[in-house]
Design a protein around this ligand. Structure first.
Ligand SMILES: Cc1cc2nc3c(=O)[nH]c(=O)nc-3n(C[C@H](O)[C@H](O)[C@H](O)COP(=O)(O)OP(=O)(O)OC[C@H]3O[C@@H](n4cnc5c(N)ncnc54)[C@H](O)[C@@H]3O)c2cc1C
Length: 179
């Protein structure tokens, strides 16, 4: 989308790309993409029944019916979306340690999903109005927890835009805290 638009307010919620968007507004946002990968095994005989976090390997196993999804790693990568198969190999090798009965080969590169977690230096999100513009609200930087924290963030953003009473103190999420 391009062109000039007249708006009442702008919400910057561009995930790992938020720093690039913020830059266009003259704001410096300390933010990095933390790339993670996932891939799916199809029709797993005797599939596992309990989702698990393989803590030491920093990977997860999530059964979905007869399929099994493995995900993990956090690669500091800016906004680079290329697939690093060495990272994927790390997940595959850890699976064999936790699930010796499940045979896992390296997936083809086009079967690997990757996503960028928007990571701030202190692990806290950026939620709030900016000092520069009173009609710009940031809602980003949720790192590994953005899906879980989405509803609460949405509520806070609506309260900010309405200028209504905040459900909680959001001082710790101040967008300019590293400026
Ligand atoms: C492997 C993996 C596992 C994860 N597991 C979990 C989990 O179990 N629980 C959990 O809570 N979180 C999890 N996360 C983290 C979660 O995915 C992120 O925190 C969340 O997606 C961040 O949401 P967001 O809306 O801020 O950014 P995104 O989901 O990245 O959305 C940002 C959107 O903005 C768009 N955009 C960027 N630039 C522009 C532009 N200039 N104009 C218009 N649109 C633009 C992008 O295309 C994108 O669609 C996981 C992440 C990964 C990678």
């Amino acid at each position: 989308m391009s062109g000039d638009y007249s708006v009442d307010a702008v919400v910057v919620a561009g995930g790992a790309w938020s720093a690039v968007i913020a830059q266009q507004l003259g704001l410096t946002l300390s933010l990095q993409g933390g790339k993670g990968y996932s891939f799916m095994l199809r029709n797993v005989p005797n599939n596992v029944r309990v989702p698990a976090i393989m803590l030491e390997a920093r990977a997860t196993a999530t059964p979905m019916g007869t399929d099994l999804r493995f995900a993990g790693t956090l690669e500091v990568s800016g906004t680079d979306m290329t697939v690093n198969m060495n990272r994927v190999r790390g997940i595959v090798q850890s699976i064999n340690k936790y699930y010796p009965d499940i045979s896992v080969d390296m997936p083809a590169v086009d079967k690997v999903w990757r996503g960028l977690r928007p990571c701030s230096p202190d692990g806290l999100p950026y939620i709030g109005r900016t000092e520069h513009y009173d009609n710009v609200v940031l809602a980003t930087g949720h790192g590994m927890m953005g899906l879980s924290l989405g509803p609460a963030t949405g509520k806070l953003v609506s309260e900010l835009l309405d200028d209504s009473v905040r459900s909680m103190d959001i001082a710790a999420f101040k967008p300019e805290r590293f400026a």
